[in-house]
Design a protein around this ligand. Structure first.
Ligand SMILES: O=C(O)CCC(=O)C(=O)O
Ligand SMILES: [Fe+2]
Length: 224
């Protein structure tokens, strides 16, 4: 663990993280994905939720698909709104540090060579969705691991809005994940098509990606 991260964590929080991170490692090795409930350190989900609610509407923009020049809004595919997390808020900083710690742990245990992390708040208004998609295409992207955490208290089955994670292209059934406060879903970005079903309530989350560095020759890896 890096010094700065260690300083900001209580000993107990550090230990809990290691137990959780090890479960994630085991799941990633055996299944390629991991779903963990009440995974975030005490208070962090609530802190993120408060932070997201304090952000006003103008901080959020309609989400798009694709990267850089190919980036485009496409309301057939997704209708959520997003706001990137840059670490200017206390909640954002704590979240980024936790993800940094997870990244270091995964690199140490699995030699993944994860290099950077990017994440955003997302808001799905009632009826919003994100159709079946893959976060990275084989050989084309440097997104290696996708991570989502949810910020919705008292979410019930009838509220809809599940994340459905498909084991491969042929899988039509999938694994359903309710977007409940503190649940974390993490999966190999290239291997798991997934979708967000329309919800009946406002659905709040943070989605993020661990990336490897694809800088080579004189082509520098862009930040996003
Ligand atoms: O919110 C979720 O459950 C998943 C979001 C997602 O797939 C994405 O932002 O790429
Ligand atoms: Fe996705």
């Amino acid at each position: 663990m890096t010094g700065i991260v260690q300083q900001l964590l209580s000993p107990c929080e550090g230990e809990n993280n290691v137990i959780l991170f090890e479960k994630i490692v085991e799941d990633l090795c055996t299944k390629g994905y991991s779903i963990q409930h009440q995974a975030l350190p005490t208070g962090l989900s609530q802190q993120l939720s408060d932070c997201q609610h304090r952000l006003s509407d103008h901080n959020f923009t309609a989400a798009g698909i694709g990267r850089q020049q190919e980036y485009q809004k496409n309301s057939f595919v997704r209708t959520d709104e997003i706001c990137w997390i840059d670490g200017t808020s206390e909640a954002g900083r704590r979240w980024l540090l936790w993800c940094e710690e997870l990244k270091a742990y995964l690199n140490r245990r699995l030699f993944l060579g994860l290099f950077s992390f990017e994440s955003h708040f997302a808001h799905y208004a009632p009826g919003s969705f994100y159709k079946r998609h893959t976060d990275a295409f084989k050989g084309e992207s440097n997104r290696m691991l996708s991570l989502v955490t949810y910020l919705n208290a008292d979410w019930q089955l009838e509220d809809g809005g599940e994340l459905v994670l498909y084991r491969d292209e042929a899988d039509r059934e999938g694994i359903n994940v309710l977007p409940r406060m503190g649940t974390v879903a993490i999966f190999l970005s290239e291997d798991f098509p997934h979708e967000v079903k329309p919800a009946k309530r406002d659905r709040y989350s943070v989605a993020g990606w661990f990336r490897i560095n694809t800088t080579h020759g004189n082509k520098v890896d862009p930040p996003r």
